[in-house]
Write a protein of this length. Sequence first.
Length: 185
Amino acid sequence: MPLIHQDVLLRSVRRRDIRTLERLLVADREWLRPWEASTPGVRYPLDVRFMVNSLIAQARNESGLGLIIEYQGRIVGQINVAGIQRGSLSSATIGYWICKNAAGRNITPIAVALTIDYLFAEAKLHRVEVDIRPENTPSLRVVEKLGLREEGLKKRFIHIDGDWRDHRIFAITNEEVSGSLLTRL
């Protein structure tokens, strides 16, 4: 797998990424906190080792996929493909983050487009969903650029930053894409 477009490269997460991911996540705590899932009533330190090991296990059993976003050779973020379903559902959900100093450079839309293209062409999925907090303007801009359709609102869907938060639902199916999503950027 690596997936490449211009200066953006996506590759599978590896154990040797733990230190770099931890450094980025700690440095950008305030930038990322409003968008990261939390556990009700539990405050615990960031456990990047557990996260990476979990993503590797999910990739092994084909229930998820953890991807590193590199820009000009540096790790700048991550895409998680969760809940991969085969058979009659044939779908998955994408979540992503990017470090503050790499935001606004079209890296995230390229990374999401590469991921969706891969999920349709290589993984043979039919539908991909992205759920976004209504206040997350930069992420809403990503799905707008890529032309994902809005399907509705999930009320109090995910516990984030200390409370249950609503999420707008966006999706795309393989019938809605002719060629690569990259052509929409």
